[in-house]
Write a protein that binds this ligand. Structure first.
Ligand SMILES: [Mn+2]
Length: 317
């Protein structure tokens, strides 16, 4: 049976400290309509329910803000991934903040039990905090710790109450081994995250390293690192790119990122792999964009390039 792409909009912004990333999916749809890009008429899409109403309520878990709502978001994303697998659909997620990517990985693990999952995390941030180390309590800094089941107690800074720790354990999927994670573009980390990266020997391709090696060698390094994995997940945070070239339309921009062209070649290269099982774009925030809707336009362009590459490579296979 041949595969088709299913776009999943997951406009959850429960995990971010700045408001507006839930509007990212809509901003991308608007960009497509403005440009006459037929992506959303050619590819079926649906929108998952969110719990963003919790943002209007008092914070119950300051070290893992709105984690009660996030557990439901994880379950919904996870079930959506499972149903994609059953229907031979390739899930292309366009999400709000990065927190819910832990739910994507939970879903991949549920859908592909006993398969080894490799992750390419293209991001300015390592997203490796836990309630025990977080400086902010924002869950979008924690999805990879959740997916790897890491508390990082050696670097503990916060006293976590029992209820928070019970909730945190519900986000843990242990879907990924640290050896099966590759970072690209990470350049804003806290010492607690750096300690995990070092202790677990996590592969990390920085922007200067990528430029030194070149795109093809970078892709070969990633393919080689993940060759023992049965399937791959690529998570693309738009803050991996340089905000001076793109825009400031993202929650936590960091200077010195990938160029748009580097991001495109990287993503397109990864989309040629038959192992790619899910692809996600996150953290587009049109409320913060200093260049009108530019970040969404760039994301749309990258998503379209990925869609074309996926369809081409399935045709050839
Ligand atoms: Mn991120």
């Amino acid at each position: 049976m041949s595969k088709i792409i299913q776009i999943l909009f997951n406009p959850s912004e429960l995990g971010a400290g700045t408001r507006g990333s839930s509007l990212g999916p809509l901003a991308i749809q608007s960009a497509a309509r403005d440009a006459g890009n037929p992506l959303f008429s050619e590819v079926p899409w649906k929108t998952l329910p969110e719990n963003n109403h919790l943002l209007d309520r008092p914070i119950r878990f300051p070290l893992a803000k709105r984690i009660d709502g996030m557990i439901e978001v994880y379950q919904r994303v996870s079930n959506a991934l499972l149903s994609c697998k059953e229907n031979h659909q390739f899930p292309l997620l366009i999400s709000g903040d990065h927190a819910s990517a832990g739910g994507t990985l939970m879903g991949l693990k549920k859908a592909y039990a006993n398969q080894r999952i490799g992750v390419v995390w293209i991001d300015a941030h390592a997203d490796l905090h836990s309630p025990y180390t977080t400086p902010s309590g924002n869950l979008h800094g924690m999805p990879l710790a959740a997916a790897m089941g890491i508390d990082n107690l050696p670097c503990q800074k916060n006293q976590v109450d029992l209820e928070t720790s019970v909730q945190w354990n519900k986000l843990k999927s242990r879907a990924v081994l640290p050896s099966d994670l590759v970072y690209v573009g990470v350049r804003s980390t806290e010492p607690e995250e750096e300690a995990v990266m070092k202790a677990e020997h996590i592969t990390h391709i920085t922007v200067p390293k990528l430029r030194e090696m070149g795109l093809q060698a970078t892709l070969m390094t990633i393919f080689d690192q993940l060759k023992k994995c049965d399937l791959w997940y690529v998570s693309f945070d738009v803050d991996s790119m340089d905000p001076e070239e793109t825009s400031y339309g993202t929650g936590t921009p960091v200077p010195g990122g990938l160029s748009i062209e580097e991001a495109r070649q990287l993503l397109v290269g990864l989309c040629t792999s038959p192992k790619l099982a899910a692809l996600e774009f996150v953290e587009i925030n049109p409320l913060l964009d200093n260049k009108k809707n530019t970040m969404a336009e760039i994301a749309l362009d990258l998503i379209t390039a990925c869609k074309n590459t996926l369809l081409d490579s399935w045709k050839k296979a």
